[in-house]
Design a protein around this ligand. Structure first.
Ligand SMILES: *[C@@H]1O[C@H](CO)[C@@H](O)[C@H](O)[C@H]1NC(C)=O
Length: 148
């Protein structure tokens, strides 16, 4: 038998409905829970981001959306031609929690003769240059929740 919540014989809602409503209210009340995995809608579809704390002096937490395609890459038989807009829209939620590939480029070598102030930024950038591809027209968006 389906369980019901009744008040003076008036059927209000099924237990399942109450659970669903409570769940939605919890999500609205508990902001951190609701936005652990922020989802936004852009013109091409839904985008799943990630709430993170950045290591800097200016922003507290941000919602970051990484690797959102912003133009059709000129690859294959379109190589060296112009790009086109917009990209095709998607039906699923785009998982934008990891960086898209970067455009192919030479990674500079550092050696003992390289000045320290040049070494550090080169070394720091290396993890971001691991994924290279001609298909590299992706943008990263950082949405600050609050400035310090
Ligand atoms: C999104 O991608 C990340 C990294 O690949 C993965 O860990 C996570 O489970 C994915 N989230 C969803 C909802 O698919």
């Amino acid at each position: 038998m389906k369980s019901q919540i009744q008040t003076h014989g008036v059927q209000l809602a099924s237990a399942k409905d109450v659970f669903l409503i409570a769940f939605i209210l919890l999500q609205l009340l508990d902001d951190s829970f609701a936005t652990e995995a922020p989802i936004v809608t852009i013109s091409t579809g839904l985008v799943l981001g990630k709430r993170v704390s950045l290591r800097n002096d200016f922003l507290e937490q941000v919602d970051q959306y990484l690797g959102i395609p912003y133009a059709v890459p000129p690859i294959g038989d379109k190589r060296f031609r112009g790009t086109t807009y917009p990209v095709a829209s998607w039906d699923d939620i785009l998982n934008a929690t990891t960086f898209g590939p970067v455009c192919p480029q030479a990674i500079l070598d550092v050696d003992a003769a390289t000045p320290r102030w040049i070494q550090k930024p080169i070394e720091d950038s290396k993890p971001f240059l691991e994924k290279m591809d001609e298909d590299c027209l992706y943008i990263n968006v950082y949405v600050p929740l609050r400035s310090k």
